[in-house]
Ligand binder design. Structure first.
Ligand code: 2BA
Length: 108
């Protein structure tokens, strides 16, 4: 048994969730926040047999797009988001995926 943790852009999360569910994966969707941009993203928890991990990763990859996000530079910190604040573009995603071993899973 494996636990897949997949961090996905909010804009892709509905289509990723629905594609996984359609392929019979059990999915829990958490609202999370990236520590760098401090912008909302979605973390999926997917418990599945090891033989299904690659299929889940393929689905996540297929529906997760890379985007750029505007972020304040360190020189702008403390100046707020006024028009003089310096911005730079940061690439975000597709998805960041972790695969963890699971010792036990029980349902009561
Ligand atoms: P954030 O932490 O908000 O990061 C957004 C994007 O900013 C990252 O995209 C990366 O391009 C850049 N970035 C993050 N930390 C940086 C740093 N210390 N210096 C310079 N640039 C930095 P992604 O790598 O695609 O990550 C998207 C989101 O996935 C992250 O949002 C975070 O929520 C999560 N994530 C990515 N790698 C992770 C890891 N190793 N552990 C835990 N969460 C991770």
């Amino acid at each position: 048994m494996k636990l897949i943790l997949a961090i996905v852009n909010n804009e892709d999360s509905a289509v990723v969730a629905s594609a996984l569910t359609k392929e019979n994966f059990m999915v829990t969707k958490l609202s999370t926040t990236g520590g760098f941009l401090m912008v909302g993203n979605t973390t999926f928890l997917i418990g599945t047999d090891e033989k299904n991990v690659q299929r889940a990763k393929d689905i996540i990859k297929k529906y997760s797009n890379t985007r750029t996000h505007s972020a304040p530079t360190t020189e702008s910190f403390g100046r707020g988001f006024d028009e003089g604040a310096l911005q730079h573009e940061v690439p975000v995603g597709g998805a960041t995926v972790f695969v963890l071993g699971v010792d036990e899973m029980e349902k009561y």
